[in-house]
Design a protein around this ligand. Structure first.
Ligand code: HPA
Length: 271
């Protein structure tokens, strides 16, 4: 495993001398952040040895090395999901590659359903913590000692200090952002209304099908994470309407400008 990761790292390094300080993983429909960057190199996932290409509509699969103002960044435009049928090491692969490239922080983003009834479609939520109900821990299996310890601590996976900085950026942009707990399922079916009621009593504010494998990989590597969920819809049973991927895509398109401004502001702060 470590050999494959480091081969991919060598491949990326052979394409650019840029040393990224911050990593960004862009979720469904949230890829436009890239348009605001000064791109140095864009590498399709299909060219990276060991990487899988994403199959989901709305997910472009490219690793981009760029500058956001002065900050050197590496961006994963599109991610690999567990529900596509990949194994967890494949889902974590590119996050581990950008971790080994030497990033100091990761900004991970996703589309999520709002469980907290104070939320509205279009809200942005800073992830304060997560609940892993994907049915599996992504680190199951032989430990890759080069990446970190067997039993990684998860008590500060999303450090408050990064959220405070993101909140300051949001305030300076005149944005109101929510904060809450992200609950991850494997998907791909959406949840039932009974599941959503159950998850609310468990303390979840939003629900999605990604992010947790990458964040656990980062915790093992000692890399702090800022998580931003775009609440693309209210979760099942809250409103009298069905859930569709189209609504998810429509909402991300609507909030694209605010989302991009928040991510860019955070990239500048984290430099
Ligand atoms: N549930 C799970 N994943 C999601 C949702 C949802 O309602 N919206 C966007 N991703």
């Amino acid at each position: 495993m470590i050999k494959a990761i480091d081969e991919a790292v060598r491949f990326v390094r052979s394409k650019t001398s840029l040393q990224p300080q911050v990593g960004v993983i862009l979720g469904s429909g949230l890829g436009n952040v890239v348009d605001a960057l000064e791109i140095e190199t864009a590498i399709p996932y299909s060219e990276i040895p060991g990487a899988k290409a994403s199959t989901v509509v709305g997910h472009q699969g490219r690793m981009i090395l760029a500058r956001a103002n002065q900050t050197p960044v590496v961006v994963m435009q599109g991610r690999i999901h567990f529900y596509e049928g990949h194994e967890m090491p494949e889902v974590m692969f590119l996050s581990r590659v950008i971790g080994r490239l030497g990033i100091k922080q990761l900004i991970v983003t996703n589309a999520a359903g709002g469980i907290n009834t104070k939320f509205q479609a279009g809200d942005l939520m800073l992830i304060s913590d997560h609940i892993n109900l994907m049915g599996m821990n992504p680190l199951r299996g032989p430990n890759v000692d080069e990446l970190g310890v067997r039993f990684p601590d998860m008590s500060e996976a999303y450090p408050a200090s990064l959220r405070e900085q993101a909140n300051e950026v949001a305030r300076s942009l005149g944005q109101l952002v929510q904060e809450g707990v992200y609950l991850a399922l494997s998907g791909p079916s959406y949840e039932t209304p009974a599941e959503i009621r159950a998850f609310r009593t468990l303390g979840a504010d939003a629900v999605g099908m990604s992010t947790v494998p990458e964040v656990i990989a980062m915790s093992q590597m000692g890399i702090p994470v800022l998580g931003i969920s775009c609440i693309t819809n209210m979760a099942a049973g809250i409103l009298n309407q069905k859930l569709t991927h189209q609504e998810v895509m429509d909402t991300t398109a609507r909030v694209q400008n605010d989302f991009t401004a928040l991510v860019l502001g955070c990239l500048e702060r984290f430099s």
